[in-house]
Design a protein around this ligand. Sequence first.
Ligand code: GDP
Length: 529
Amino acid sequence: MSFLKEINRRRTFGIISHPDAGKTTLTEKLLLFGGAIQEAGAVKSNKIKKGATSDFMEIERQRGISVATSVLAFEYNGIKINILDTPGHKDFAEDTFRTLTAVDSVIVVIDVAKGVEEQTEKLVQVCRMRNIPMIVFINKMDREGKDAFDLLDEIEQKLGLKVVPLSFPIGMGYDFKGIYNIWEKNINLFSGDSRKDIEETIEISDLASPELDKLVGENTANTLREEIELVSGIYPQFNKEDYLNGEQQPVFFGSALNNFGVRELLDCFVEIAPKPRPKQSEERIVKPDEKAFSGFVFKIHANMDPNHRNRLAFIKIVSGEFKRNTPYLHVRHNKKLKFSSPNAFFAEKKEIVDISYPGDIVGLQDTGSFKIGDTLTEGEVLNYKGVPSFSPEHFRYINNADPMKAKQLYKGIDQLMDEGVAQLFTLDLNGRKVIGTVGALQYEVIQYRLEHEYGAKCTYENLNVHKACWVKTDNEKSEEFKEFIRVKQRFLARDKQNQLVFLADSMFSLQMTQQKYPSITFHFTSEFE
Ligand code: GDP
């Protein structure tokens, strides 16, 4: 197959949702359609289970699953689909944000009863900022939930989306009869036990046809006719360009658990979802069909074997072909590296591959030379944008609890930070080290992994910080900036890239500081224009 054909047949996306909305179940059904798995239960949930096991066991279980489900690839009707796993738990939100830099589109799963939940809001906001095309799947239609129109309103208001229903439910919960597929103009009737089989659909080219009354009963048929009329009155026509530009979001209804409405979603997805898209680097926009290979690291996973400190760096291929045993430039180190066993990912396994294409993810064995955001190319100096650090929510001093193991501790911290587990800040005043994280769980992860993988022990100490802001000024020599540095010295630190960071102890003090020093800007992510 030609290079262009390979690119055009790839769809790389992520499924985002609040925990429990049905992401794992939907992933599994998609894989069933692709014939990539044979039975339910094959896809492991990356959820944090509380209570069943100790926290440490849980962390290890979670990490094991995280590598197993990082990328799930399968083929469907000649299309190569790569699903990138995104943890729903809020303590791992940063992982998800970074994974979103490597997807070309997303599917948002919403529980029909719970509606728009907290994590959905946060994740969709990130997608909107990046104009990522989104399709919404409203799940659990076999249960009582919100009225379809109310829920569509809620989605528009809370998520700031412009929805276009491409399917519509016929009843709900106990009375759920199926869905009318607006996109394909057919009806799919729900029998309640379609779990295993791929259901039959019935063509309904004209909703006025008496055939519909026979299928679902006269009352239900009339309600559906009214509702579909309302849909076409309220919502705009589907427009693929608008969807691709992130200005319009198609909506599907279904029940992942019952494998109902999933085929409709998948068929529409492979037709409209974007193939690999061009990507902005600091230097220029890079197109997928450029001959020269380039890609970037969006995830690093430590090997589960503590005796071998190998890691797997996940690279999203942006342009060209990635070939085994070919030297590529590690731009940050200005060094050529060759990879003898790059891994490609399939439904449940990974395999060494000779060649991969834009849209694909390869896993490269790494002994510590990569960090998140690194770019690999055939020789050109490119730095891909869009893998920023986000301002953490929690801050603690980290102390060495075993003086004999200081070296191990620093090495461990260094590598865990490269993996993106948390962020390290060093105080200007006294050189003390502060760990900032998005979730409190990360402190346990760090302590546990430092001990088990590096043989080092640490303790934490509380620190009153509300937000870390990256500081930017156009004139470092200005009196204003000098005064800021002098007055706020206690609150200044450096991140790992030696960028200046202001650790504000409260929202109020941040606002006061912003007012007092108007020529300085305070950013909540590490990457800014
Ligand atoms: P995730 O946290 O988003 O990955 O959610 P899961 O896929 O693990 O699903 C959470 C729970 O909802 C599980 O108990 C599923 O069996 C259940 N579930 C998923 N889809 C449906 C559905 O369509 N109907 C019903 N009734 N339950 C569902």
